[in-house]
Design a protein around this ligand. Structure first.
Ligand SMILES: [Zn+2]
Length: 396
């Protein structure tokens, strides 16, 4: 039978069968471990829900996955310019203003024409489109928390405020002013459910889950949501959200259960980077504030990392309970140290029962925080960290 390696379904069948014919045709990445493999890798079979497929290793690396040490998928065919393009992406992300094409091409050691073509081939967009998308995302997140709109605009790398306003309807779906105030008519569903760690509140916008919190009562949860989203329309009794809260409670009671929810995360660009890094700490593992700071390429922003962890409103899905103080102390937790302790203990026990994952070799003392920069650009990021003008630390 002719195997179909083009669809996720066909790819998953090949992974289940450890089909060697699939070698070189695609890459399988496992979200929970942050590692990507060849399809026939002999390591432990991942859960379907945790798997993402990529056409090649470079794409998996761009999304922050690391190559498996066992099946060495990075040796599979890979575009020679992949690393240069990944570096260019990081550079665009960290520059206060979009670097010029000629500058990016020179850094990659390619002619502008060749660089433009290869960038588009590997990322699907031009460098200019990539920069515009990144700026729009930063603007969207900065607006929520910045004290003044112009601050947010400049933080996002727009040269003038008027240019940002011109871009706003397209990138935000509304004007910058309206977005800052919270969209009028935005609808937020919320619900609560009991768990062994107390009452859990879950809220979601139409885009995804915006809060998972341990709360004193349903009323208290609603009050807190109204404070955060003053103009939103609150409603209860959403059947989809009832399913979501069931998943969250199951995850609390069974630490090996997966929790893969669409999130509507709102914070500054810096907070988003911290929260993304937290999501890469595997269950049962911990990282210190300074490890997280190093992972996002801001090794000196340890205190800001601590604040960002404390500002997280989406418990579990953004696992701030996996962060520790430098001295190994537990550090704080918005929802109480007892809960942090219980969550960490549950994950550790679940991991011990399952046996250590073969896909995550972790020598003692090694940095155990897989990061989006590690494989391609970690050395590069470290070298240039002091010269970057970012990261954007939230303004007070
Ligand atoms: Zn492997």
């Amino acid at each position: 039978m002719m195997q179909n390696f083009e669809t996720d379904e066909g790819r998953w069948l090949a992974v289940r069968a450890r089909d060697r014919a699939a070698d070189g045709r695609f890459i399988v990445a496992v979200r929970t471990t942050g590692v990507y493999c060849r399809p026939h890798c002999p390591s432990r079979m991942p859960l379907r829900a945790n798997v993402r497929f990529y056409d090649d290793a470079a794409q998996a690396e761009r999304d922050g996955f690391r190559a498996c040490k066992r099946c060495a998928p990075a040796g599979s065919p890979r575009h020679p310019a992949a690393e240069a393009v990944a570096r260019a992406c990081r550079r665009i992300e960290s520059a206060p203003e979009s670097p010029r094409l000629a500058e990016l091409a020179a850094a990659a050691g390619l002619s502008p024409f060749h660089f433009h073509r290869v960038f588009k081939k590997l990322t699907g967009v031009t460098p200019k489109q990539y920069a515009a998308a990144h700026r729009a995302r930063r603007l969207r997140t900065n607006l929520r928390t910045a004290g003044r709109i112009t601050d947010a605009v400049y933080d996002a790398g727009f040269a003038t405020a008027s240019r940002a306003y011109e871009a706003a309807p397209e990138t935000l779906g509304m004007t910058a002013g309206a977005y800052r105030a919270g969209a009028p008519g935005e609808r937020i569903a919320f619900t609560t459910a009991p768990s062994s760690l107390g009452l859990v509140g879950v809220a979601a916008t139409e885009r995804g889950v915006c809060a998972i919190e341990f709360v004193a009562s349903a009323d208290a949860f609603e009050r807190a949501l109204r404070e955060r989203f003053p103009r939103a329309e609150m409603r209860t009794g959403d059947p989809a959200l009832a399913q979501t809260v069931t998943m969250v409670v199951r995850r609390i009671e069974r630490p090996d259960a997966t929790l893969d929810l669409p999130l509507d995360v709102r914070g500054t660009a810096f907070q988003l980077r911290v929260w993304e890094a937290l999501r890469r700490i595997p269950p049962g593992a911990t990282a210190s504030y300074s490890e997280v700071a190093a992972a996002i390429g801001a090794p000196h922003a340890v205190r800001a990392v601590g604040s960002a962890c404390g500002a997280n409103r989406i418990a579990l899905a953004i696992p701030c309970h996996r962060v520790r103080r430098e001295d190994g102390g537990e550090g704080g937790y918005r929802w109480g140290i007892e809960r942090k302790r219980a969550l960490a203990r549950g994950e550790r026990d679940a991991k011990t029962e399952a046996g250590d994952s073969e896909r995550l070799p972790r020598p003692p003392g090694a940095q155990h925080l897989p990061t989006s920069r590690r494989s391609n650009a970690s050395a590069n990021a470290r070298r240039s960290a002091s010269t970057l003008r970012g990261p954007t630390v939230p303004k007070r």
